[in-house]
Design a protein around this ligand. Structure first.
Ligand SMILES: Nc1ncnc2c1ncn2[C@@H]1O[C@H](COP(=O)(O)OP(=O)(O)OP(=O)(O)O)[C@@H](O)[C@H]1O
Ligand SMILES: [Mg+2]
Length: 388
């Protein structure tokens, strides 16, 4: 698929923008702080209803304004979809698809697929579990949009269960307040097991494209693999003794549910003591292995970059394989500046035949010449076309 036209109103530093984009490579060049990433973010947000750099949408509304609008015309073969998102400072956000209002904003999910590469992707490899959970969950939602509802239900149940745990902290174990907890446990287990099982399945699907993407981008032909570290199986005492971790490999939802239930009854006293939910997908992590060692804490900076790029290239490959709308839109925000010349040209080669690629750069010389097709200049929230 590709985006034919993008309109913005009061989005970040854009008051109004009308921009035609072409299939193939679109290169946005501009000095720091002019609005390149903002533009990339607007496109990515339309695909995922999430920003790649902030949580929530309020920062996307232009300062001192009360609503931002993103309007995007996406095309695939001879079909077109007009997607409009209205982000409101006060009151609910709204969405329209082909000019009719949707009942929920998340109905737009699945119409546009996009994968964004940015310097922040290094965090997936180097930083906290939250970054890796966000990576896998954002991809899951793009592949199976109805899961957006499952994630938001899980978050709500988790919040309410935590509140109840806090207020029940010092209650005796037969107190009636704890009966309600059982009902929350049921929802937590049901929704949580669904999330864990979908994550497992996705990790499995990612393995082959991840391997080939890593081989294509990295210098050393090492093998990347992903394992699922779950709070349902983690047993720190045993792990320390044997030095081996018990990763979760089960994708069967019923079995995960019963594991979840067992673990929950084990940790319940501790949960009541601490007033917080200690097990579930919100406590899980992906361990990214390179060869036999976890990437985090072991691999070099360059290898981390290759790993992060490979994760994104593999995501694009999967989205393409499973979507009826062709290639996802690839957005490369400021990545070429971070790469050495070998990786630059390898990446250029890997993305160049995607239906649409959107690249931003402060210094155009960092971007291989083969990717200079449709060039635009970004200055202070305006975009000017430089060539065809
Ligand atoms: N909500 C907002 N309202 C108004 N301006 C904003 C808002 N959010 C961000 N900005 C401004 O947008 C400007 C451009 O940001 P952006 O991240 O797109 O720059 P960039 O062109 O990608 O720069 P760099 O090359 O440094 O990455 C920044 O100066 C920032 O202050
Ligand atoms: Mg930027």
């Amino acid at each position: 698929m590709h985006i034919k036209h993008l309109s913005l109103s009061n989005f970040r530093n854009y008051s109004t923008l009308e921009l035609a984009l072409s299939p193939g490579v679109n290169l946005l060049v501009g000095r720091n702080g002019q609005g390149k990433t903002n533009l990339a973010e607007a496109i990515f947000y339309s695909a995922t209803l999430a920003s790649h750099r902030v949580s929530g949408y309020l920062p996307l509304i232009k300062h001192h304004e009360d609503k931002a609008v993103i309007r995007l015309l996406a095309g695939f073969e001879d079909r077109e979809n007009l997607i409009e998102l209205e982000l409101n400072l006060v009151g609910a956000n709204r969405a329209r698809i082909n000019r009719s209002e949707t009942s929920r904003v998340r109905d737009v999910l699945g119409l546009v697929n996009a994968v964004i590469f940015s310097p922040e992707d290094l965090d997936i490899v180097k930083r906290d579990p939250a970054q890796r959970r966000a990576f896998i969950d954002d991809l899951l939602i793009q592949m199976t949009p109805r899961l957006a509802g499952v994630f938001s239900d899980y978050d709500r149940v988790l919040r309410q269960r935590n509140t109840l745990l806090k207020t029940s902290r010092n209650l005796p174990s037969n107190s009636p307040g704890l009966d309600t907890l059982a009902a929350w446990d049921d929802s937590l287990v049901k929704l949580g097991a669904e999330i864990i099982s979908f994550r497992q399945e996705l990790i499995h699907k990612l393995s082959a494209p991840l391997l080939s993407a890593y081989q294509a981008i990295a210098d050393e032909k090492n093998n990347p693999t992903i394992k699922y570290r779950s709070s349902l199986t983690a047993n720190p005492l045993v792990d320390i003794e044997t030095g081996e971790e018990d990763f979760l490999v089960n994708v069967d939802r019923t079995q995960i549910e019963s594991l979840f239930r067992q673990k929950l009854s084990l940790v319940k006293p501790k949960e009541l003591e601490r007033g917080i939910s200690l097990v579930g997908p919100h406590r899980d992590d992906l361990v990214l292995f390179l060869g036999e060692f976890p990437a985090k804490g072991f691999v070099s900076h360059g290898e981390s970059w290759s790993y992060a790029l490979a994760l994104k290239l593999a995501s694009a490959e999967l989205l393409k394989a499973e979507s009826r709308a062709g290639d996802p839109i690839l957005i490369l925000d400021d990545v070429f500046a971070e790469l050495d010349s070998t990786r630059r040209s390898r990446l250029a080669e890997l993305v160049s035949d995607n239906e649409q690629v959107i690249i931003t750069a402060a210094v155009p010389e960092d971007v291989p010449m083969s990717l200079h097709a449709h060039r635009m200049a970004v200055t202070g929230g305006t975009v000017e076309v430089q060539n065809g």
